[in-house]
Design a protein around this ligand. Structure first.
Ligand code: KE4
Length: 425
């Protein structure tokens, strides 16, 4: 890994930790990150010309695999007309129509440039619409790095958050109530303890930033009911799950209608895009119509819109979800069988093209359960796979993604590798 090491040494001189996003630094699994020079289909090609089967998929966007011809062609065509106009453009209208058609709860939508912007703006909008200040989030859920959302309490009890990041004023953290996920009683108690004060509940409907956690039966419906009964908005953060698990995301699968939805990742087709949308009367509180300000120089950028439109139209045309779920089950079953034959305690949650592994004998229903996973063993599993050409997310508390390009040789090879690595742990 000479060239990657050389690049990393140079990066460390000028970029904090040598990375532009912390999770890429391999800090939680040990070792140094490799650098990638190209990506196609299910494969990354490193600066040292190593080919890796990629289960990070650039953290979700690459559901069609990397650099698919249809997205490449869409970007190239848009590029002929220019890179950015700073004015409304036809692509934005098409994107808004597509999102509304695929996610019917989104009556109006605003484009932005990242998932962080989407959730941050949705929170501000919910506070402006309800004229309330407090929000509820769930321990272990990650909604990007805006101040209100980088807050989590230590335990699962009702509490005012303690900032998870330096630089967040305690006064900010006090407005964020952090609860355990999958605990209906906790949400009821939080509303009772903060009557008329909660603007919104924001949730990853399937938390996937702590490993993958699935809701207990009826839990999401309970959140919906509690928000409606208390005049708070329910915000589904579907930045990761939107268009990943179904055309209409988790809200289609679960039959729950949130008031607002945050989107990102897949809707950019690999370019920087976020979006938030929902009830028209809520969205119309946004400037220039209403008093809640939100803006962005590159929001609705034509190249990013063209890439995202191509990605969404391909999903809408091909309906890849049954095949992606079959690939997910194939990996899940291979991991479970290997752990069983090894006598290794592990939980392997999977839904559609998302899966993760916790090395623990405890079922994982929330953040505290997830923390019982053996992170050091995950590090050994991660590096064992990487040495054999399979790249998993470099953290025990992330979720792996599968693309349509993994079908066939890539998924078979990866299952073989993961099986042999587990048996060697
Ligand atoms: P971005 O600002 O990174 O585009 O999106 C933030 C975000 C919001 N909501 C959810 C559910 C998310 O998963 C994310 C970002 N996900 C992480 C990976 N788990 C991005 C990877 C990174 O931080 O480098």
């Amino acid at each position: 890994m000479d060239l990657s090491n050389e690049l990393f040494a140079r990066a460390l001189k000028l970029i904090p930790g040598g990375v532009n996003s912390p999770v890429r630094a391999f800090r939680s699994v040990g070792g140094s990150p490799f650098f990638v020079k190209s990506a196609h289909g299910a494969t990354l090609v490193t600066a040292d010309d190593r080919e890796l089967i990629d289960f990070v998929c650039t953290w979700g966007p690459a559901i069609h695999g990397h650099n698919p011809p249809v997205i490449k062609a869409a970007i190239a065509a848009a590029l002929e007309e220019g890179t950015s106009f700073g004015t409304p453009n036809p692509y934005e209208v098409r994107m808004a129509e597509l999102i509304h058609a695929l996610v019917p709860s989104i009556k109006k939508v605003r484009m932005c440039n990242s998932g962080t912007e989407a959730t941050m703006s949705a929170i501000r909008l919910a506070r402006g619409f309800t004229r309330r200040d407090k929000i509820i989030k769930f321990a272990g859920c990650y909604h990007g790095h805006s101040d209100s959302l980088l807050v989590k309490a230590g335990s699962g009890a009702l509490t005012h958050g303690n900032p998870d990041s330096a630089g967040i004023p305690a006064s900010f953290a006090r407005e964020t109530v952090v609860l355990p996920y999958n605990d209906p009683g906790a949400i009821d108690r939080a509303f009772a303890a903060n009557p008329g004060a909660i603007a919104a509940v924001i949730v990853e409907p399937y938390p996937a930033n702590v490993g993958l956690i699935l809701p207990l039966s009826g839990y999401l419906a309970h959140l919906r009911k509690a928000c409606s009964a208390n005049g708070a908005l329910l915000i589904f953060d579907e930045v990761m799950t939107g268009f990943r698990l179904a055309r209409g995301g988790v809200q289609e699968i679960e039959g729950i209608v949130p008031d607002l939805t945050a989107l990102g990742k897949i809707i950019g087709g690999g370019l920087p895009v976020g979006a938030f949308g929902g009830r028209a009367e809520v969205m119309d509180q946004l400037a220039p119509v209403g008093p809640v300000y939100q803006a962005g120089t590159l929001s609705g950028n034509p190249l990013a819109m063209a890439a995202g439109i191509a990605a969404l139209e391909l999903l809408d045309r091909n309906n890849p979800y049954p095949a992606l779920d079959a690939l997910g089950r194939k990996v899940r079953d291979a991991l479970r069988a290997a752990c069983k034959s090894k006598g290794l305690a592990a939980q392997v949650p999977q839904t559609g093209s998302m899966f993760s592994i916790f090395f623990t004998d405890r079922e994982v229903h929330n953040y505290e359960d997830a923390l019982t996973g053996d992170a050091k063993m995950f590090g050994r599993f991660f590096h064992g796979c990487l040495e054999r050409g399979v790249y998993l997310p470099p953290s025990a508390y992330e979720t792996a993604f599968i693309s349509t390009a993994h079908e066939g040789a890539a998924i078979d090879r990866a299952c073989e590798v993961m099986d042999s690595v587990i048996r060697g742990l």
